[in-house]
Design a protein around this ligand. Structure first.
Ligand code: C5J
Length: 231
């Protein structure tokens, strides 16, 4: 089995059973002029993850890995938006309200969609999630199990919120997660550091933390016979 340099120890890469999971690389979080920036955040901190994630995405596609994208958001009628989530933050302009890129975190709106740089290709599952975790109230687990996926390479935003929540959910369901430090990002440098520490602490209590360059090396050398079927 190929191994990837990682912490707390090397990650054994099981080529027939690994998928790439890209979490919430949505315009409203990542693009200038979106909801994230309107809240006063510096989106350049998130945008650092775009280049490395794009390279991992291209390599994963070339290697035939299953690629899954997620988006956080809600039905246009907001029927799946818990009142507590709507009220949180006491925002003048919050989820469901008209924002700089359409109604904020509402499915079908421009700001809710994935950024152009990482646009999903036809056939790549796109999982719409109403919560922070990608397993909550979605068919992600069914999609992964139907393809016998047991390992996830994780990219996306934000490290301490939707990435961490998803990795914890995945861990409880028996998946091994390798989180790529340069492919995940936070608006808060301290949270970025600590969120990654939490994943790899105590012998990898939630998973592994690695770097995209090491995964790119492994993906480039996958024997063709070992490659999983994308769909
Ligand atoms: C947040 C996310 N931060 N995708 N969402 O609200 O992490």
């Amino acid at each position: 089995m190929p191994t990837v340099r990682a912490e707390p120890y090397e990650f054994s890469f099981d080529p027939g059973h690994v998928a790439l999971l890209i979490i919430d690389m949505q315009r409203d979080f990542v693009d200038p002029g979106g909801f994230g920036e309107a809240l006063g955040n510096d989106v350049s901190l998130l945008r650092r993850a775009i280049g490395p994630t794009g390279r991992v995405l291209a390599a994963a596609r070339k290697a035939g890995l299953l690629v899954i994208h997620t988006r956080e958001g809600h039905r246009p009628d907001l029927g799946d938006l818990p009142p507590a989530k709507k009220a949180r933050g006491r925002l003048a302009t919050g989820i469901g309200d008209p924002g700089p890129m359409g109604r904020i975190l509402v499915r079908g709106e421009y700001g809710h969609d994935i950024i152009d740089e990482l646009r999903p290709q036809p056939g790549e599952p796109l999982v719409d999630k109403p919560g922070k975790g990608a397993f909550y109230a979605t068919d992600l687990d069914a999609i992964l199990r139907s393809r016998d996926i047991r390992q996830l390479i994780v990219c996306g935003v934000t490290t301490e919120v939707c990435v961490n929540t998803t990795v914890r959910e995945a861990n409880d369901r028996g998946y091994d997660c390798l989180v790529l430090a340069d492919c995940v990002a936070s608006y808060f440098p301290e949270f970025q550091r600590v969120a990654l520490e939490m994943i790899k602490a105590q012998g990898g209590i939630f998973g592994w933390v690695g770097e995209s360059a090491d995964v790119l090396t492994v993906l480039a050398h996958l024997p063709e016979a070992a490659q999983p079927r994308a769909a």
